[in-house]
Design a protein around this ligand. Structure first.
Ligand SMILES: [Zn+2]
Length: 420
């Protein structure tokens, strides 16, 4: 075969879910030509042109779905419980290697697109370029490079601390010049030692300057919000995605805020609740209790985390009922949330009330729409980039079926995942 001859791959499985929410195609086939999908349909109807060179794989009892889209990662974290303040002390070169390792694990798990929510310095800018050059293996990346924080604010240690409207605006320009695809803001404190998760950080004026500058450049914004005031400030400043979306008061008490829920719906904002990251911490502590026991303080801390998770699941269930647009973003490998386990977050959205079909969409086409990559990621259709996951069983009976990865295709190429 001549090198410039088109290369076809025909894959078959018992069913195919295209990511649009229609009923699955039974006895399905998907034809790829080089990096693109050319045809989707029933096995009897889809075939490569006569005489063309075609690789054919029949996966049998499996489902063909779009490559998953995780709208929230932190690639330079190890996912073993190391806190951000400590990660920030590592050399950038080590963090780049950590990020490359995570990117590979994430791709192998079936996630073919991620939105990176903040890493040290230029780590993700370099990794994205490295993947483009074939120096590293990983998903398609949408990056913010570094989140914008106030001085001492959450994740300010990655290198983008600013104060005042003009400094904030200038940092947006700087990040875009460096290669950011969207702008991430930490609008409240978080786990960062010098910050308070229950209090807002930027003023509305500062936030408005950031979103205006980003929107002027045609890019989206997303904000970390773990306090009610932070959510309110971000809605005032027209931030596109609210991350975590916790309605805590400065004293740490969670409040029901029907007014803010109404505003989220009015604004048509996306919410990325990040539920599993807390569950991952709880599981880790419970394991440690078995092996080495916990101190009284640690027991109290564990109880607190369990109560927090329960409150959060209830709050997300309520938001889903009211019609808030939810997307799946893992936050991994932050905290104890290991990379390559995105399905856990999709399972948590199921637990909070999404149907399995909607949880699939939250981790594919909705997630892609929320990060502005609908034209390339999150659904299967002719003419689109062939990013495909083949998983055993049927995810419409529970997204946990997606754990059974049979194969991953990235831009039409079967990903070599090694022996497992
Ligand atoms: Zn995060």
């Amino acid at each position: 075969m001549a090198a410039d001859e088109p290369k076809f791959t025909l894959i078959k499985a018992d069913r195919l879910i295209d990511g649009v929410g229609e009923a699955p195609i039974e006895g399905a086939a998907l034809l790829m030509e080089d990096s693109e999908i050319v045809e989707i349909g029933r096995q009897a109807d889809v075939r490569a042109p006569d005489g063309a060179s075609v690789t054919e794989v029949d996966y049998g009892d499996a489902t063909i779905v779009p490559g998953l889209v995780d709208c929230h990662t932190h690639l330079c974290a190890p996912g073993d419980g190391t806190v951000g303040d400590e990660i920030a002390k590592e050399r950038h070169q080590i963090l780049l290697l950590q990020a490359a390792k995570n990117a590979r694990t994430i791709l192998h798990s079936g996630v073919t697109t991620i939105r990176e929510n903040g890493a040290m310095g230029q780590v993700t800018i370099n990794l994205k370029e490295g993947i483009r050059r074939g120096l590293a293996v990983g998903p398609k990346m949408v990056i913010c490079a570094r989140p914008i924080a106030i001085t001492g604010g959450h994740m300010g240690y990655w290198g983008s601390e600013v104060d005042g409207p003009w400094e904030a605006r200038a940092e947006v320009r700087k990040l875009l010049k460096e290669g950011a695809d969207y702008i991430k803001i930490t609008a409240t404190g978080g786990s960062t030692r010098t910050s308070d998760p229950n209090r807002a950080s930027f003023t509305v004026e500062e936030l408005r300057n950031i979103t205006e500058e980003a929107h002027n450049a045609g890019v989206l914004t997303a904000a970390h919000c773990t306090s009610a005031q932070g959510v309110q400030n971000c809605l005032d400043a027209e931030v596109d995605m609210i991350i975590h979306c916790v309605f805590n008061e400065p004293d740490g008490k969670f409040t029901d805020r029907p007014d803010l829920i109404e505003r989220l719906i009015e604004a048509d904002a996306w919410v990325n609740p990040t539920l599993h990251v807390t569950r991952a911490a709880i599981s880790n502590w419970e394991e440690r209790r078995q092996t080495e026991g916990l101190t009284k303080e640690q027991e109290a801390d564990l109880d607190g985390q369990k109560r927090e998770l329960e409150t959060r699941v209830k709050s997300v269930a309520n938001m889903i009922d009211q019609g808030v647009k939810m997307v799946a973003g893992s936050d991994s490998p932050w905290g104890y949330y290991a990379p390559g386990e995105f399905i856990y977050e999709m399972e948590m959205l199921e637990r909070a009330g999404l149907t399995s079909s909607d949880a699939m969409l939250a981790g594919t086409s909705w997630s892609a729409a929320s990060i502005g990559v609908s034209d390339s990621s999150g659904l299967l259709a002719p003419g689109r980039r062939a990013d495909v996951l083949v998983a055993g069983g049927d995810p419409l009976g529970g997204v946990k079926a997606l754990w059974d990865v049979r194969d991953v295709y990235q831009a039409g190429q079967r990903v070599e995942r090694g022996v497992r």
